[in-house]
Design a binder for this molecule. Structure first.
Ligand code: GDP
Length: 176
């Protein structure tokens, strides 16, 4: 279908990643959580193929506030339209909430292609401590892939783009 959703808790770097994937600034990045309140879509064009990336509002565990419920619903409905889901987590600030959100989202993603993007690796000093943890997550959630990335400086973002391209339908060519 050529559509990819970017999901995760607030402030993990979803908007920064969208900008990287598109190669231009269309989304809004901010230190302040809840900047993306609605879906933001961007189109990556290469030759005659296009991939639509959807940057979703951050997911919240606390659903008492109406704005949080609204944002969670917008994120969940984004998943319904796509063929691949990129779950973004902050490799620096992994919390128990992340695991609960992942659980919820993983069920929502069903048979879709799923990839866990562990962001901010440019900041992570103790990579040794991080990676055994990722293997446990892989076993638990059966992601198609786990990719350590830096949305800020672009590390491994091309790997995510290649995975997205692989789920495009065959290009249609018209011959005169
Ligand atoms: P969102 O709420 O998930 O969309 O997060 P944003 O994209 O707005 O990013 C939240 C904060 O994390 C901003 O201050 C970004 O500059 C920072 N950030 C995002 N990606 C990276 C990264 O790869 N490395 C580092 N060091 N900071 C990042």
């Amino acid at each position: 279908c050529g559509m990819v959703a970017i999901v995760g808790r607030p402030n993990v770097g979803k908007s920064t990643l969208l900008n990287r994937l598109l190669g231009q600034k269309v989304s809004i990045t901010s230190r302040k959580p809840q900047t993306t309140r609605h879906r933001i879509m961007g189109i990556h064009t290469e030759g005659d193929s296009q991939i639509v990336f959807i940057d979703t509002p951050g997911l919240h565990m606390e659903e008492k506030r109406a704005i949080n419920r609204l944002m969670n619903r917008a994120a969940a409905s984004s998943i319904a339209d796509v063929c691949m889901v990129i779950f973004v987590v902050d490799g620096l600030a992994w919390t128990a909430d992340d695991e609960m959100v992942l659980n919820k989202l993983r069920r929502g993603a069903g048979e879709r292609k799923t990839v866990l993007a562990v962001n901010k690796v440019d900041f992570i000093k103790d990579k040794e401590a991080l990676f055994p943890h990722l293997e446990t997550l892989q076993q638990k959630f059966a992601f198609d892939d786990i990719v350590p990335i830096s949305a800020k400086n672009g590390t491994n973002v091309d790997r995510l783009l290649d995975m997205a391209k692989a789920c495009l339908p065959e290009s249609v060519h018209f011959f005169p």
